[in-house]
Structure formats: structure tokens, C-alpha cells
Design a binder for this molecule. Structure first.
Ligand code: C5P
Length: 314
């Protein structure tokens, strides 16, 4: 029997923000956040296989390919977040980034569910195993934070409070499984545009320092969907609605169809709805899919684990 090609496959979850409190803009252009993340059971897979080693003296570059819904909108150049992750890890260890990355998308592209961040976290873990670089967890998390505000959470998963840009994480206890329905929109929204619209809509009024809502942390800890539904908030929602007014119809359709509550997921345009149980989520997903207010809808659950190696022939 021939030896299988060396490869490592990592699966990485999407996230929903159950609270996204946004502070004023910082001098570096980012915003301080109180960002309560929950990882949900929609995953991308990132597979790392050996790439072509660079010619002596020439800089190597990772190869990348992508399949799945929306993959035509994923850049396949040095700007791809998974490629940037491979380059960063290689530089960290002073080695060539000779790898090919294949991304199987299931997380909506530019949907406010941290799909690009998930791919970056997946690429870091897959390359680390393929290259045998055994990067300590704390270093991996620091590299994640360099790549983007949501990348550390994709590595960690579960539920966590993110402070700073959202990258300073504290794990949160969750007392049960929550049932969600995601209404997927056509096209995406660019995160920087949504933050800019948020600043514009707020105008000169003073913005309070973002802080986690104790009632929300208690609802998560108790696994109480009704209590959580009462306190879901997203400070980016008015901005996402201003850029995509039709999302108001999606939110109204979900609430009419029996959601406990609905909100825009992160910077949108995906809308997230909390349901009482699995049966309610399935019927809500069917109603939303038929409502004509979204491209499609899918039921899922959270929390789930962060980036996990599911196959390794390293
Ligand atoms: O960190 P990430 O690359 O995901 O951020 C994308 C963009 O979102 C940033 O360039 C910035 O415009 C905006 N952002 C922000 N404040 C944060 C996180 C993101 O303004 N805390």
C-alpha cells in the first residue's frame, strides 16, 4: 500500500456574538469591545499539505485553494487570512512557508460569523502540526491576535468574553446547549464599513466604555435560552441595518415565525435567532427559508469546541 500524502485537516467553528458592546474609536482605528462570543456548529475545514519548497534564495509562498458556498468571493492571494497565518507562523519559526492550504467553506463568506478568522486559526494549527513546530498555546494565541481581533476565539471556541479589540479572552461557563437559526443573506458586508457607519450614526455623543452585561453572563451560565433572548445586544446592528435596510425584514420574519429573539450577527449581514429547542429551531429555519427575506436559513447549536485537528498524516 502506498504511504498517504502528508496532510493535516483542522475544523474550525463559526461564532455568533451574543453581546457586542462597541466603545468609541481608538487612535489606532479599532474600537474597544465587550464581545461575548459563542462558537456554533457550522465549520470550515482547513487542510495543509506540503507545498513546493522555495528555490534557494527565493522567498516561498503558500498555495491556497477554496471550495464550498461563496468560495468564489474568497481571495486566493497573499491577502487570504489563512495564507497570512501560514506566513506569520513560518516567520515566527524562521522557516519557509512551503505549504498548500485547502479551505472547505461552510461558514458564510463576509457574513459576520468570523469565517476568515476561522480559516486563519485553522491554518495556524494545521501548519504547526504539518511542520512539527509544536508552538506553545500562548504563542499561537498571540499570533492569532496579530492576524485579527476574532482569530483567537476561533482557536479557543466554547464561549468567551473578548475585551480590547476582542482578542483578550476569558472563557465563560455555559450551562447548556443553545439552539440557533442563522438567516444567510446574499453578498456580504465589509466589517470596517460597518464600524465606520456605527461611528457616523453615533455622531459626537459620548459613548460609554463597553462592559459585559452581568444578566447575559448569568443566562449563559444557566443555559437559559429565554433569559438570554431578553438580553441579546449588538451595538453594530443599527449600522448594519443602515447599510442593508432589508435586514429589518429578515429580523421581523424571524420574530413573527416564533424566534425568542433575533439580532444581526456581528457586523452582518447574517441574522441570528435564538429558539427554545431543537424542534422550534427546525420549524423557524423552515419558515425563514420560505419567507423570501433571506437566501437560506439553517438551524444549529452552540457552544462547540474551537479549532480541532480531525485528521493528521503528518
Ligand atoms: O481585527 P480585524 O481584522 O478582524 O478587524 C477588521 C476591521 O474591523 C478593522 O480594520 C476595523 O475597521 C474593524 N474593527 C474595529 N474594532 C475592533 C475590531 C475590528 O474597528 N475591535
Amino acid at each position: 500500500m502506498s504511504k498517504p500524502q502528508r496532510s493535516v485537516t483542522v475544523r474550525v467553528p463559526a461564532k455568533v456574538n451574543v453581546q457586542l458592546a462597541v466603545g468609541p474609536p481608538r487612535p489606532d482605528g479599532f474600537h474597544d469591545l465587550a464581545n461575548v462570543f459563542l462558537a456554533v456548529d457550522i465549520h470550515d475545514r482547513v487542510t495543509a499539505t506540503p507545498g513546493t519548497p522555495a528555490a534557494p534564495g527565493a522567498p516561498g509562498a503558500p498555495g491556497v485553494s477554496c471550495t464550498g458556498p461563496g468560495s468564489d468571493r474568497v481571495p486566493l492571494d497573499a491577502g487570504n487570512l489563512a495564507v497570512r497565518a501560514a506566513v506569520l507562523l513560518a516567520a515566527h519559526h524562521g522557516r519557509d512557508p512551503d505549504v498548500h492550504l485547502h479551505i472547505e467553506k461552510d461558514i458564510p463568506v463576509a457574513g459576520g460569523m468570523a469565517g476568515g478568522s476561522a480559516d486563519a486559526a485553522g491554518a495556524l494549527l494545521a501548519c504547526d502540526a504539518l511542520w512539527g513546530t509544536a508552538t506553545p498555546r500562548a504563542e499561537l494565541l498571540a499570533l492569532c491576535a496579530e492576524l485579527g481581533s476574532d482569530v483567537p476565539f476561533a482557536l479557543v471556541g466554547g464561549a468567551a468574553l473578548g475585551l480590547g479589540r476582542g482578542e483578550r479572552l476569558t472563557g465563560l461557563p455555559v450551562g447548556g446547549t443553545f439552539h440557533w437559526v442563522f438567516a444567510l443573506a446574499d453578498g456580504g458586508l465589509a466589517t470596517p464599513d460597518v464600524y465606520r457607519a456605527c461611528d457616523r450614526l453615533r455622531g459626537p455623543q459620548p459613548v460609554p466604555e463597553p462592559a459585559a452585561d452581568p444578566a447575559l453572563l448569568a443566562a449563559l451560565g444557566a443555559g437559559d435560552a429565554r433569559a438570554l433572548a431578553a438580553v441579546l445586544t449588538n451595538d453594530l446592528q443599527p449600522a448594519a441595518l443602515s447599510l442593508r435596510p432589508a435586514l429589518a425584514d429578515t429580523l421581523a420574519a424571524g420574530e413573527k415565525a416564533g424566534a425568542l429573539a433575533g439580532l444581526v450577527s456581528g457586523s452582518g449581514p447574517t441574522c441570528a435567532f435564538l429558539a427554545a429547542d431543537a424542534a422550534a429551531a427546525a420549524s423557524l429555519a423552515a419558515s425563514l427559508a420560505d419567507s423570501g427575506t433571506c437566501r437560506t436559513a439553517r438551524a444549529t447549536t452552540g457552544p462547540v469546541a474551537g479549532a480541532t485537528t480531525i485528521e493528521s498524516h503528518a
